[in-house]
Design a protein around this ligand. Structure first.
Ligand code: ATR
Length: 276
């Protein structure tokens, strides 16, 4: 699709942004889904965030993604928040409607919808969450909203798992959130939300998959390499696995659905992206 005077502008703001895959994912999706848009990554320093958002309004930039270090700070410049962003107190997507900026968070929902689209029922399931950082938090909150019954947050630093488990319990009713690992065989889903296994330390695993039950689904947010050692071992054991790249692409394309109010073909984008 050619860029002309009707093309809508979308961008990522963060610092740094050079390594982000968002421009590639969105521009590929715009092409594959026939969306008249262009997407850029813009470095915005922390002290310039307010002015940058003034620029978004003034220039009519239709939608933005937000990354480190602005995900929390941006809240004070927005006009409205959706429920999940409010619960998380963090935003990764903003939609501009006639100068009114509404914040969303698709970090956790990208993962939940990926599971749903691969036929995984989440209601009543027990989840082993490996890691207690920002990604764990977003995914845990989305899983809680989806009706999982138990979340065990297991992390190298126990203080952080305790704090996250307490936050989940206080924010979401009906979920039992704990930070002491019981029998690993109790879990239906194990998710690596740590950076363990990420390039270049590719031989490391965040948990021994042999300890998990034979029906446990194993997911990894790490997408470089695509098939982490954790996933490779789970697959070798015959467990169902969910790759991190799918999650990354899903969360990006959920932003696009918010901006364009259209259904986006996510599978097609994932397949094409893998070929690049
Ligand atoms: P993100 O926003 O991607 O979640 P983060 O907030 O920095 O990033 O969280 C990184 C997570 O990976 C944390 O749970 C971290 O454990 P600590 O809380 O103990 O720091 C975990 N992590 C990072 N490197 C790790 C390692 N080598 N072994 C175990 N856990 C690790």
């Amino acid at each position: 699709m050619k860029i002309d005077s009707n093309t809508g502008l979308y961008c990522l703001i963060g610092d740094p942004v050079e390594k982000s895959l968002s421009p590639e994912i969105h521009n590929l999706s715009f092409k594959l889904n026939g969306i008249d848009g262009a997407y850029l990554a813009l470095r915005v320093k922390p002290q310039d965030l307010g002015e940058a958002l003034g620029g978004v309004r003034a220039l009519g930039i239709k939608g933005i993604n937000v990354t480190i270090p602005h995900k929390v700070e941006i809240l004070k410049y927005l006009d409205e928040l959706d429920e999940e962003a409010e619960l998380l107190g963090a935003v990764n997507t903003v939609k501009n409607v006639d100068g009114k900026l509404k914040g969303y968070n698709t970090d956790g929902r990208g993962f939940v919808e990926l599971l749903r689209s691969s036929g995984v029922e989440l209601k009543g399931k027990r989840v082993l969450m490996l890691g207690a950082g920002g990604a764990s938090r977003a995914i845990a909150i989305s899983l809680g909203l989806e009706g999982v019954s138990e979340i065990c947050v297991f992390n190298r630093t126990e203080e952080k798992s305790k704090a996250l488990a307490e936050e989940i319990s206080s924010k979401i009713q009906g979920v039992s959130a704990v930070y002491k690992l019981s029998d690993p065989k109790n879990y239906d889903l194990a998710i690596n939300c740590t950076s363990v296994g990420m390039h270049p330390d590719v031989s490391r695993v965040p948990f021994d998959v042999e300890l998990l039950s034979e029906h446990c689904i194993v997911a990894d947010i790490v997408y470089k390499p695509l098939r982490t050692e954790f996933l490779a071992r789970a697959e070798a054991r015959g467990l169902k696995i969910v790759e991190g790249l799918g999650m990354l692409i899903n969360q990006a394309l959920l932003s696009e659905e918010i901006w364009t109010e259209r259904d986006i073909e996510k599978e097609k984008v994932l397949e094409e992206f893998k070929k690049r």
